[in-house]
Design a protein around this ligand. Structure first.
Ligand SMILES: *[C@@H]1O[C@H](CO)[C@@H](O)[C@H](O)[C@H]1NC(C)=O
Ligand SMILES: *[C@@H]1O[C@H](CO)[C@@H](O)[C@H](O)[C@H]1NC(C)=O
Ligand SMILES: *[C@@H]1O[C@H](CO)[C@@H](O)[C@H](O)[C@H]1NC(C)=O
Length: 189
């Protein structure tokens, strides 16, 4: 028992000192804040989330990059509205990163796999889900253990026909016409 407690204690100290060397754990999916025992930076972030397109449809992936100085770690998700659930999936993780299962779904987030530098050429691929109207990409970016920014957000992303937007779906416009036609044929027969 003592040995277990001793090991657990040192493991905790070790994590506090070194941060998540091999990536954020699933326990950080919702608050997206590292357990580094230091507060996030309150200064304006030197990092910006760049997206390849601000509209999306089901079969069209969006490329995402973190523009700014090199960084060691990150936690990357797409979300919708004020929901903390991770939406969509991420494609093959670039070098030094890996998938993380958030909201109980595989490949719904990305985190680092080591502390090697990632830079503004490191490109992540987000695959939007079907039936989603709006989304944004959000990230925590870790420059080093004591310096990180939370709650970074991309521009708003909007779903278009072929993916989700019911108003733009031609089938929806046809439905009332079809209904009227059926009604007329019943009344006038
Ligand atoms: C942006 O996305 C829309 C809809 O998903 C697509 O039609 C358009 O070709 C995309 N543009 C670029 C530059 O990828
Ligand atoms: C891109 O990253 C390089 C270092 O990898 C840095 O020198 C450069 O300033 C960055 N570009 C921007 C626009 O932040
Ligand atoms: C962490 O990064 C910040 C800015 O990116 C830098 O000012 C600071 O010296 C770094 N700290 C360590 C311990 O490397």
């Amino acid at each position: 028992m003592r040995v277990v407690l001793f090991v657990a204690f040192w493991l905790q100290v070790w994590t506090a000192v070194t941060g998540y060397e091999t990536g954020a754990p699933a326990g950080r999916c919702v608050d997206m804040t590292p357990g580094h025992n230091v507060p996030p930076q309150s200064s304006p972030s030197p990092y910006t989330i760049i997206v390849s397109n601000t509209t999306f449809s089901t079969n069209q992936a969006i490329k995402v990059r973190i523009q700014g100085p090199v960084y060691a770690g990150l936690l990357l998700q797409a979300r919708s509205g004020s929901n903390t659930e991770a939406v969509g999936t991420w494609g093959v993780p670039p070098p030094n990163t890996q998938h993380l299962a958030c909201s109980g779904r595989d490949q719904s987030a990305i985190t680092h796999s080591n502390r090697n530098s990632k830079n503004n050429d490191t490109t992540y691929t987000w695959n939007p889900p079907a039936s989603l109207q709006t989304a944004y990409i959000t990230a925590t970016v870790v420059s080093n253990r004591t310096t990180f920014w939370v709650n970074l957000r991309s521009a708003a992303l909007t779903g278009v026909a072929g993916g989700s937007n019911a108003a733009a779906d031609p089938k929806m416009a046809v439905t009332p016409v079809l209904f009227l036609t059926l009604l007329m044929s019943t009344v006038f027969q």
